[in-house]
Design a protein around this ligand. Structure first.
Ligand code: DI6
Ligand code: FE
Length: 400
């Protein structure tokens, strides 16, 4: 069915750049955008359905390209401990941190994980999110990683949001493999990834490259396996120290390297070369009270595409609003509102390998967009949370 959406302005992100159409019109046909441009240039024709957007600003549907939205339990107790001065690393060393979420996730049923994650996803969706990536990585054994990935697939099937699943089996060392990290990596490469990929549960493969997680050599073995299975890779890199995981990711044409506070200019050059997106996670930066900023100047100078995501997870970023992350990206990481919006639309799509079909308002792309009742696009990174009045269209259909 052909539908006309008019009486609006559009921030299109067409061709990957922030561009504005004042007094725009959008024609959707089924799930796709058929035409977008100034209303004065609207092709003559029959429009069986016409929607008056009442002066709204239309942006692409927001894309949260890095979340750990499926998990058991929560860690507000650790938050209290950290406020008493205990560090994230100390908590992890004492069996808390990721390990405590692994215990809770293993103990939870698929239905329980689905129900709690669905609530969190609905919160992100209230912010205009139409696409979200979700990682496994709190199971750390084949049945539990499978359980998480099945929940991730089910979320995409049952909620009006597009969901990409990333296998993050190399997130932390499970207790069964204490002091045997190489053996766990071998298990991931020989058993877990091949089985999970064969079951169609994996869209991309991620790992945590950090002194308290896995070394670049171990990550490389995971990447080689992903490559053999035909799966794209991503990497948690340079969050707490500089191991040059982002350069390693670039060598494997990673879709993205994420966090990046400790990356160097050489890493930025390698990422620019390979087209690897820099995903910045201001929620974790803020929640851990980091002080070291990602090297924004180097990223800009070398033309690395920058995305912004929530990192929604129970330990370092219990973030339920992507718009709040846009604000933090501007306030804490010094992005401009234009950069932040590109970071949650077109560059986020690229970080998921979806830029051909998502992330901008262009003819031929999927009709995922939000009509916001705001004064200017910068308002999206201005307000701190809350609920902005808006209409959300996904696959050409308005959702509530
Ligand atoms: N980096 C993070 O910020 C999260 N995972 C990761 O690799 C933290 C996950 C957690 O603490 O539960
Ligand atoms: Fe993360």
């Amino acid at each position: 069915m052909k539908t006309l959406w008019q009486n609006c302005h559009a921030a299109t992100m067409a061709q990957g750049v922030y561009s504005i159409i004042e007094d725009a019109a959008i024609v959707t046909q089924g799930e796709h955008i058929q035409w977008i441009g100034p209303r004065a240039e609207l092709p003559l024709g029959d429009y069986p359905a016409v929607n008056d957007l009442k002066g709204a600003w239309v942006t692409p549907g927001l894309i949260d390209c890095h979340t750990h939205a499926v998990f058991g339990g929560n860690r507000s107790g650790e938050f209290e401990q950290r406020l008493q001065g205990v560090s994230y690393a100390d908590i992890a060393a004492a069996g808390g941190g990721i390990a405590s979420t692994v215990r809770a996730t293993r103990a939870a049923s698929e239905d329980e994980l689905f129900a709690s994650a669905a609530k969190r996803l609905k919160s992100l969706m209230r912010d205009g999110v139409t696409t979200v990536e979700i990682k496994s990585g709190y199971g750390l054994d084949l049945p539990s990683e499978r359980k998480m990935l099945r929940v991730i697939r089910r979320l995409g099937g049952e909620l009006p949001v597009s969901v990409r699943s990333t296998c993050l089996a190399a997130h932390a060392l499970p207790p069964e493999y204490k002091d045997r990290a190489d053996d766990y990596i071998e298990h991931i490469c020989a058993e877990m990834l091949p089985a999970l990929a064969a079951e169609g549960l994996v869209d991309a493969v991620d790992a945590f490259c950090e002194y308290l997680a896995f070394s670049p050599e171990q990550v490389e073995r995971v990447f080689l396996t992903a490559q053999r299975l035909g799966l794209p890779v991503k990497l948690h890199a340079e969050q707490l120290s500089s191991l040059h995981g982002s350069s390693l990711a670039a060598r494997y044409q990673a879709l993205s390297a994420d966090h990046l506070e400790f990356m160097t200019e050489d890493d930025a050059m390698a990422m620019a070369e390979s087209g690897t997106v820099a995903v910045l996670l201001p929620g974790a930066f803020y929640f851990l009270r980091e002080t070291r900023l990602p090297p924004m100047d180097a990223l800009r100078k070398h033309g690395v595409k920058i995305a912004v995501a929530s990192d929604l997870n129970p330990g370092t970023s219990p973030a339920l609003s992507l718009r709040l992350m846009l604000n933090m990206a501007c306030t804490c990481l010094r992005l401009t509102p234009e950069e932040a919006l590109a970071g949650a639309t077109i560059h986020a799509a690229q970080a998921l390998g979806m830029a051909q079909t998502h992330g901008s308002l262009e003819a031929g792309k999927v009709a995922d967009f939000v009509a916001w009742h705001i004064d200017r696009p910068a308002d999206l990174s201005y307000w701190l949370g809350g609920d902005l009045e808006k209409r959300v269209v996904r696959h050409g259909v308005e959702i509530d």
